[in-house]
Design a protein around this ligand. Structure first.
Ligand code: NAP
Ligand code: ZN
Length: 353
C-alpha cells in the first residue's frame, strides 16, 4: 500500500497533527477502502489523551468509518470494488473462542483488536483508526450499508454510537409497553433516543442541558427531564423498566437507580475516566434493581443495527467538520456542545496534511 495520510496524537498532551502511516498490503481475506467520513466518538478523546491508560503513541483515533472499497483479496466473497462499506470499533478477534463463535467478538476471551490502539492479533503491533484516508480490514469485520449514498456521512456514527445503544436495548428486550430512560444527549444518547423510540418504547431523555429539551422531543422522546431538577426527577420515581446511561463523566448513579421499578435495570455505556461515586446498596436491594454494563456490539448485531436503521430511516444528526478542526471539536465535546455527532469529511485531510 502507498503511505496513508492520517491525523495522530504523539502524546497525551499534544494536539492531533498530520502523520503518515503504512497500512498493510491487502491479504487474500482483506478489504481495502478509501475512507470518506469518520465520526468523532468521546472514546477517541479519552484514548488520544490517555484518560483510560494504555494508549500507545502515535495514536490515530476514529472508529465510525464509512468508505468505498478500492480492492479485495482473492478469497473475499461478500464485497466488491466500488461498494460503500462501514467499519466500527473492532477489526479483528481470535475467531475461535465461545464469544467469537456466538457473534460476540467484543467479548472475545483473547481480547478483540480495536480499530485503533490495537494490539494486532499477530505480533501485538498497534492499529491506526479512521482519522486517515485509507484502511485495510479483514472481510469478516466489514459491514454492508443499505442506506442511500446521500446519507453516508450521517451513517458513520451508527458504527459506534448506533451499535453501543442498539445492543443493550436489544439485550434488555426493549419494545412496546416499556418505559425507557436515556441519560445524556450526546452522540450515544441521541442514537439511543431514536433507536429506543423506533423499537416502540416510551422514551424519557435525561439531560443536564435544559437547552436540549426541544431537540430531544424532535428526536423521539416523549418527555424530557433536566436531571439537576429534583422535582422533575421525583415525578418519575420507581417507573422505569430500563435506563441506558451514556454520560461521559462521573456522577451520582443513585439519582437514576431510584427511578427504576421492581426488577428494573440501569446499564452504563458511558465510560468516564474516573469512577462514579459508589451507589448505595439499599436502592438496589429494596426493588431487586440491577446495575449493568455493555460494550459496543458484535459484528452480526452491528449489521442488524445498520439494517434496522436503514428500514426505519434512522441516521445520526451530524455537524460536519474538517480534519484540522478536530481539537476544537474535542473542546466542544467536553462542554456537552455537540449536536449530536461531529463527522470528519476526509476529503479535508489532504489540505490539512
Ligand atoms: P458525548 O457526545 O460527549 O456525550 C456525552 C453526554 O453526557 C453529553 O452530551 C452530556 O449530555 C452528558 N454529560 C457530559 N458531562 C456530564 C456531566 N458531568 N454530568 C452529567 N452529564 C454529562 O459522548 P459520547 O460519544 O456519546 O460517549 C459517551 C460515553 O460513552 C463516553 O465515556 C464514551 O467513551 C463511552 N462509550 C462507551 C462505549 C461502550 O461500548 N460502552 C462505546 C462508545 C462510547 P447532556 O448535555 O444531555 O447532559
Ligand atoms: Zn465510539
Amino acid at each position: 500500500m502507498p503511505e496513508s495520510l492520517a491525523y495522530a496524537a504523539q502524546s497525551a498532551t499534544s494536539p492531533l497533527a498530520p502523520f503518515s502511516i503504512d497500512r498493510r498490503s491487502p491479504g487474500p481475506t482483506d478489504v481495502a477502502l478509501d475512507i470518506l467520513y469518520c465520526g468523532v466518538c468521546h472514546s477517541d478523546l479519552h484514548t488520544a489523551r490517555d484518560e483510560w491508560g494504555g494508549t500507545v503513541y502515535p495514536c490515530v483515533p476514529g472508529h465510525e468509518i464509512v468508505g468505498r472499497v478500492t480492492s479485495v483479496g482473492n478469497k473475499v466473497s461478500k464485497f466488491k470494488v466500488g461498494e460503500l462499506v462501514g467499519v466500527g470499533c473492532m477489526v479483528d478477534s481470535c475467531q475461535h473462542c465461545k464469544p467469537c463463535a456466538d457473534g460476540l467478538e467484543q467479548y472475545c476471551d483473547n481480547g478483540f483488536t480495536g480499530t485503533y490502539n490495537g494490539p494486532e492479533q499477530s505480533g501485538g503491533g498497534n492499529t491506526y483508526g479512521g482519522y486517515a484516508n485509507q484502511l485495510v480490514v479483514r472481510e469478516s469485520f466489514v459491514l454492508r450499508i443499505a442506506h442511500d449514498e446521500k446519507q453516508l456521512a450521517a451513517v458513520a456514527p451508527l458504527l459506534c454510537a448506533g451499535i453501543t445503544t442498539y445492543s443493550p436495548l436489544k439485550q434488555w428486550g426493549v419494545g412496546p409497553g416499556h418505559k425507557v430512560g436515556i441519560v445524556g444527549l450526546g452522540g450515544l444518547g441521541h442514537m439511543g433516543v431514536k433507536i429506543a423510540a423506533a423499537m416502540g418504547a416510551e422514551v424519557v431523555l435525561f439531560t443536564t442541558s435544559a437547552g436540549k429539551r426541544d431537540d430531544a422531543l424532535r428526536l423521539g422522546a416523549s418527555a424530557v427531564v433536566v436531571s439537576k431538577n429534583a422535582d422533575e426527577m421525583a415525578a418519575h420515581a420507581g417507573s422505569f423498566d430500563f435506563i441506558l446511561n451514556t454520560v461521559a463523566a462521573p456522577h451520582n448513579l443513585d439519582a437514576f437507580l431510584v427511578l427504576l421499578k421492581l426488577d428494573g435495570t440501569m446499564t452504563r455505556g458511558g465510560a468516564p475516566a474516573s469512577p462514579h461515586p459508589s451507589p448505595g446498596v439499599f436502592n438496589l436491594i429494596m426493588k431487586r434493581r440491577r446495575l449493568a454494563g455493555s460494550l459496543i456490539g458484535g459484528i452480526r448485531e452491528t449489521q442488524d443495527m445498520l439494517d434496522f436503521c436503514a428500514e426505519h430511516g434512522i441516521v445520526s444528526d451530524i455537524e460536519m467538520i474538517r480534519m484540522d478542526e478536530i481539537e476544537e471539536a474535542y473542546a466542544r465535546m467536553l462542554k456537552s456542545d455537540v449536536k449530536y455527532r461531529f463527522v470528519i469529511d476526509m476529503a479535508s485531510l489532504k489540505q490539512a496534511a
